[in-house]
Each structure stands twice: as structure tokens, then as C-alpha cells.
Design a binder for this molecule. Structure first.
Ligand code: ATP
Length: 384
């Protein structure tokens, strides 16, 4: 097992802008690190540089304290699990798992012992004589992991391993990977664009965008304290709402009415004319069901409720609004730049199941001001 350290890693393909741009990241021994971001953000390229499948343009990659930039993949002793598992169809499960040991000419007794151990751990013992074609997707995945386990690799690297599986199996495999990783305590780097995987699997999550590392933090910190608009909009589903507001006399003026930030969220707004107020769907509530003990921590607006989606344990309300024209122009560029649906002209808010808010009605909507974020629309920075 080993720590993985990246120092100012850059990857350029030809003359284009860097696919990976000056990334420094420390992955501790035994840590489960997720690399997440939209398509093309450079996460697979970064993983491939750890494994040695891609040259590093500049910067330094250390595994277990040793510089590996010039080391061939086979000398790095890492185990990579791909989306398609890369199993040999003509070999049995036993031989597929045994493959790396056979390559190293391990004696038969050792091969047997280690494959059986891995199979037991992965609950594959009764399938050892089968061929991959006769296994389920989840079982194939486990065979691929078995092969990684018998090698006693320094780290596991996963490149979107679950994206070919159906939703139910994906859920099961997620739990299984998490359990195995904890049991084995092996350093793991896992690439995904699925934020559920990112939030549930990792000790820490590294969010990438256009080759640049945006934030590295625990799932909880990413969700509660995103450093910028991109991370705030990328993590969370439905995404955070961003409400444009103009600043005047220490007060925020929003399409719903004025807003005074509480002490705990107060920021220096003197340099700003327009800001974006970030509020997660669950930071809102039907004012009619908010208890008196917390009501004072928020603000209540009269809104028009367009659509209600009832999900049993909660409900989503869609609340349209119009930002003033001059703000809309300012935000149009940001919207393009963020390439997310984060800046919409409707709020998506989560209401308690007991709320009786009706579609097409006007109703009082409460926002918990202790939980809002204030973003600078020009830099994207979270000012709170
Ligand atoms: P995805 O989720 O779609 O796989 P990703 O985040 O893993 O995306 P990468 O595959 O690492 O992204 O690609 C990062 C950038 O580098 C993209 O702009 C991509 O087009 C570019 N790129 C990747 N591989 C090559 C290559 N072999 N030659 C040229 N450009 C490449």
C-alpha cells in the first residue's frame, strides 16, 4: 500500500490547452479518493498518468514516496479496474483471477491459496469454474477486483467501473466496493462523473473542471462549503438554486423581495453590485409548516407555485421568477461559462411531505438564511 502524491502535474496533448492543468494532490495511504467532474475535465487523463498509461508533460508523480514519472506501468504495482473489466473470455474465473500470479510464475500452491482467499472475500468461490460469459455484470466486476487483490497492488485505480451496469446493480456494487476497500484498507483512486458515487464512496472527493482542480474535501464539506459556483452547482441534486441580487445600502434586493443576511452569513458586499445567493432546495420550506422556533432565522416571500412533484417523503415545488433585464445580461455569460443548468429562472425547492402547497397557487415560501451562500458572479468565488 502507498500514498500517491501529485506535484504540479500538467498534461498537454499537442498544442491544445492542457487536459490537466497544474494539479497538486496528496492521496494518503489507505485513502479512498474520488476524481469527479463533467465529461472532458481531465479525470481519466489524471488516472492514466498515475498508472503510467499516459506520459506526464510536467510535474512529478510519487507513489509510496518514489518518483514514478519514468516508470513503466508494470513496474508501478498498481491495479486498474476498467469499465469493461478486461477479463479473458476463454479463461475460467479462477484463471482470470490467477492471471497476474501466473505472469510472475508463482508456484501452484501459492496461486491456489491466494485465488481461493480472494474468491472467498468476493463471494466468488462457487463460480470459480465458470467463464466470464456466464457471470452477471456484478460478478464480472468482482472477478476484475479479485485479479487486483491477488497482486497485492499498492493501490486500486477504478475508471468508471459501474457505468455499464443497471441502476440496481450499480447500487449493490457501490456498497460492495466500499466494503472491500475498508476491509482491505488499500489506497484507492476512483474516477466517476456520477455524483452519487462521488458522495457515497470517497473519504475525499476531488472536483475537476477543464483540467483544473476546483476543490478537494470530504463529501460533507463539498456539499456544505463549496468554494465556488461550479462546485456548488455540480454537487447536489436537484442542484443549488442561484438567485441574482443587487447590493444596496447593506441590503440584498432579490426578485422575491429584500433580504438581510444574518450575522453568521454576513459578508463584505461593498465591492459588489450584483451577487448570486446560493440556496439548496432543502433550505426552503413551506412557511405554513415552519415551526415558530426557527422562523426568525429565515425570510418569507410570497411566490407563485407552478408545479408540485410529490415523492412520498418530500415534495419538489417549482417556483418561476424573473430577474431584472440588466442582471440577466450580466449573468448570460456566466451561464454559458458554467455550462450547467444551475442558473435558471425558476427555483426548485424541497418541501416537507406535510405541506399542502397547491399547484398554480400563490403561497408563502420560507428560506433559512443561516444556510445561504453568497457568490461573486465574476469570479465564481463563495464569499460566505
Ligand atoms: P470523460 O468523462 O468524457 O471520459 P474525462 O474527464 O475523463 O472525460 P479526459 O478523457 O481525461 O476527460 O480528457 C480530458 C481532455 O483531454 C478532453 O478535452 C479530451 O478531449 C482530451 N484528450 C483526452 N485524450 C486525448 C488524446 N489522446 N489526444 C488528444 N486529446 C485528448
Amino acid at each position: 500500500m502507498a500514498a500517491i502524491t501529485m506535484k504540479n502535474i500538467v498534461k498537454k496533448y499537442g498544442d491544445g490547452f492542457p487536459a490537466v492543468n497544474d494539479i497538486s494532490l496528496d492521496i494518503a495511504d489507505g485513502e479512498f479518493m474520488i476524481l469527479v467532474g463533467p465529461s472532458g475535465c481531465g479525470k481519466s487523463t489524471l488516472l492514466r498518468m498515475i498508472v503510467g498509461l499516459e506520459d506526464i508533460t510536467s510535474g512529478e508523480m510519487l507513489i509510496g514516496g518514489d518518483r514514478v514519472n519514468e516508470k513503466a506501468p508494470r513496474d508501478r504495482n498498481l491495479a486498474m479496474v476498467f469499465q469493461n473489466y478486461a477479463l479473458y473470455p476463454h479463461l475460467t474465473v479462477f484463471e482470470n483471477i490467477a492471471f497476474p500470479l501466473r505472469l510472475h510464475k508463482a508456484p501452484d500452491t501459492e496461486v491456489k491459496e491466494r485465488v481461493n482467499q480472494a474468491a472467498e472475500l468476493l463471494e466468488l468461490t462457487e463460480h470459480l469454474d465458470r467463464k466470464p460469459a456466464n457471470l452477471s455484470g456484478g460478478q464480472r466486476q468482482r472477478v476484475a477486483m479479485g485479479r487486483a487483490i491477488v497482486r497485492e497492488a499498492q493501490a486500486f485505480l477504478f475508471d468508471e467501473p459501474l457505468s455499464n451496469l443497471d441502476a440496481k446493480l450499480r447500487g449493490q456494487m457501490r456498497t460492495e466496493i466500499s466494503r472491500l476497500q475498508k476491509q482491505l484498507g488499500i489506497t484507492t483512486v476512483y474516477v466517476t462523473h456520477d455524483q452519487v458515487e462521488a458522495m457515497t464512496l470517497g473519504d475525499r472527493v476531488a472536483v475537476l473542471r477543464k483540467g483544473i482542480l476546483q476543490q478537494v474535501a470530504s463529501p460533507r464539506t463539498l456539499y456544505q462549503e463549496p468554494v465556488n459556483l461550479f462546485v456548488a452547482g455540480f454537487i447536489g441534486s436537484p442542484p443549488m438554486n442561484f438567485i441574482p441580487a443587487t447590493v444596496g445600502d447593506g441590503e440584498l434586493s432579490t426578485p422575491f423581495g429584500p433580504m438581510h443576511l444574518p450575522e453568521s452569513r454576513s459578508v463584505d458586499l461593498s465591492e459588489h453590485e450584483v451577487v448570486l445567493i446560493g440556496a439548496r432546495p432543502e433550505s426552503f420550506e413551506d412557511a405554513a409548516v415552519v415551526s415558530d422556533t426557527i422562523r426568525d432565522h429565515g425570510v418569507t416571500f410570497d411566490v407563485h407555485v407552478d408545479v408540485i412533484e410529490w415523492l412520498g417523503n418530500e415534495q419538489y415545488a417549482y417556483v418561476p421568477y424573473e430577474a431584472p433585464e440588466d442582471i440577466r445580461v450580466q449573468l448570460a455569460e456566466l451561464e454559458r461559462e458554467l455550462d450547467s443548468e444551475a442558473l435558471r429562472t425558476q427555483l426548485v425547492v424541497s418541501l416537507d411531505a406535510t405541506s399542502r402547497m397547491a399547484e398554480g397557487s400563490n403561497a408563502p415560501l420560507w428560506l433559512d438564511l443561516r444556510k445561504v451562500h453568497i457568490f461573486d458572479p465574476s469570479t465564481g468565488a463563495n464569499l460566505t
